[in-house]
Design a protein around this ligand. Sequence first.
Ligand code: NAG
Ligand code: NAG
Ligand code: NAG
Ligand code: NAG
Ligand code: NAG
Ligand code: NAG
Ligand code: NAG
Ligand code: NAG
Ligand code: NAG
Ligand code: NAG
Length: 510
Amino acid sequence: MLSSLSASIFLSLFLARHARASVAFCNDLDYESGALGLSPSQTYNAAPFSPVQINYALAPSDCPANSQVEGYFFYSPQGVVAMPGGGLIMNPNGTMVYFAAGFGQSSMRGLQEYEGADHLAIWVGDGSPVTGGHGSGYNLLLDNTYSVVANVTVTNLGTGADVHELQITPNKTAVMTAYPTQEADLTAFGGPNPGYLLNCAAQEVDITTGEAVFTWQALDHVDPSECFAAIGEAGTGTVDDPWDYFHINSIQKNDDGNYLISSRHCHTLYLVNPDGDIIWRMGGMNSNFTFGPGANYTWQHHARIHNSSTLSVFNNGASEFDQDFPFSQGLLLNYDDSAMTVSLINARSPFDPGDSIVGWGAIPYYSQHDTDGNILWSVQFGLVPDSAYRVFLHDWIARPTTPPSIQVSNTSSSGNVTVYAWWNGATEVTAWQLLGSTADEPMVASPLIVADKLDFETVLTYTGDDEYAYFQVAAMNADGKILGFSDFTSLNGTITFVKADNQTVTAASL
Ligand SMILES: *[C@@H]1O[C@H](CO)[C@@H](O)[C@H](O)[C@H]1NC(C)=O
Ligand SMILES: *[C@@H]1O[C@H](CO)[C@@H](O)[C@H](O)[C@H]1NC(C)=O
Ligand SMILES: *[C@@H]1O[C@H](CO)[C@@H](O)[C@H](O)[C@H]1NC(C)=O
Ligand SMILES: *[C@@H]1O[C@H](CO)[C@@H](O)[C@H](O)[C@H]1NC(C)=O
Ligand SMILES: *[C@@H]1O[C@H](CO)[C@@H](O)[C@H](O)[C@H]1NC(C)=O
Ligand SMILES: *[C@@H]1O[C@H](CO)[C@@H](O)[C@H](O)[C@H]1NC(C)=O
Ligand SMILES: *[C@@H]1O[C@H](CO)[C@@H](O)[C@H](O)[C@H]1NC(C)=O
Ligand SMILES: *[C@@H]1O[C@H](CO)[C@@H](O)[C@H](O)[C@H]1NC(C)=O
Ligand SMILES: *[C@@H]1O[C@H](CO)[C@@H](O)[C@H](O)[C@H]1NC(C)=O
Ligand SMILES: *[C@@H]1O[C@H](CO)[C@@H](O)[C@H](O)[C@H]1NC(C)=O
């Protein structure tokens, strides 16, 4: 009795899990132990994507819904096991909204404001976006129809923009990082002569003309003797493995025209004026600031000034280099640039007043913290060494110009027709309508059934009569308004033709 009860509980759990395989797992021990593989992924019946499957390691009470979160997560999981490069937008419950397909190796940078509207920013290039610094490529800005409206990279540096930073300014410029290689005599640092180092660059480019309006290179301003990654620890100094003595990983241009430049390997944030001169150093060997308890950092990332007295930075002081701190954490800091002091406001809750999201970089997790820094939940999207360079949370309303996708199952000897529908990147769709047309009047589509959209791909099963030769789907919003029609597909899947001319829709909430 007891054993059959537990067997049926087990069975129903098992079935429930497979019935909704795309939503997040919650405290899944198989996932956490690696029994599901290093990079568990979602699969669809027809949609050609296999995004990561997430697991709430610290689950919200309504897991997998996680209604504490408003908006979408934007990130690019990277794995050693084949995990296709490419950014994604994901619901808090783990279902996918958008996969940045067709760009090659790319990294999702979240949203940036450009010409008064949010744009999706994607870095495209070669090199590892995570360990790199040696990647070379360009940045694309996509509007809310996923059309590319800008393509910007650095210029006259012998290499392209790398993955670490992109900031679009209100002046239609882009601030970017790059890692040009330069020959140098490295004997003073225990390296070869001739040797090679990465002369990290911060560059601001006019998006319209592609011309640089500001270029700053580390070696002109910062001697390698003030940095902490020795030759051998960050490159051997050869042409194939240049010494990454500085490691630029964030830049922020402020309204006053100054740039905050983060050097991970010098443990320093540099405030630089438009002439390139260093105004002050915060952290590292030659710090102008003194630090209160808990305010210091090493090997840091993603420094952001929020106002004249507050900044945030990710202290990566527990890293592959050193264990300077028991663990790494996001820091919200108070700074006083007259008294030249820095003090801790709190740890792990940076950014705007209110909650914060922390992406853990080389550890495949992101988490949310309250204003006191307490953790609310955490998600894993794989096992170490999977990773994501940065994770962003944004609201986003978007609708592609390309029509929704459809695939008709042709194994319908039962008379039932199964149709798969998806629309990569459309955020407003809440239901799908299936339409059918006959061989005699292919362009005259009759509405057949409606199914709620619960996941990236929706399965529609039509069990009615078999008079229809062609099928299409229509995406509907919460008001039942049709946002887009797919093309038609024949029942046997071999014939497709475009939707009727009169099946147009006007943009609604965009
Ligand atoms: C963007 O510009 C680069 C050159 O910097 C070019 O190679 C690439 O094809 C462009 N990509 C798109 C999508 O326009
Ligand atoms: C925008 O341009 C104005 C005028 O040149 C300048 O004062 C300001 O610092 C610039 N802001 C940014 C963020 O680049
Ligand atoms: C920072 O320190 C340097 C060298 O010690 C000094 O020349 C510079 O004036 C200081 N900057 C500020 C803003 O105090
Ligand atoms: C950080 O500051 C504390 C004092 O608040 C000090 O004990 C510690 O050594 C510092 N850590 C590093 C890595 O500089
Ligand atoms: C800066 O931001 C912090 C945190 O949001 C806030 O407490 C402080 O009042 C702000 N200071 C100024 C000068 O705006
Ligand atoms: C066809 O659909 C009906 C109604 O949903 C269902 O009862 C039947 O099992 C289906 N037939 C097959 C072969 O799947
Ligand atoms: C997942 O979340 C999205 C956004 O809230 C929602 O539309 C969808 O129905 C959810 N899916 C499931 C299976 O709960
Ligand atoms: C597929 O269906 C279409 C429309 O009914 C028909 O014209 C075509 O011959 C079929 N093709 C195959 C290979 O069965
Ligand atoms: C099923 O569809 C595929 C392509 O969508 C086609 O290659 C195949 O011939 C079809 N099979 C039948 C039995 O119609
Ligand atoms: C499009 O035109 C056909 C007749 O050519 C009509 O039957 C159909 O209802 C129209 N569809 C829409 C969406 O207006």
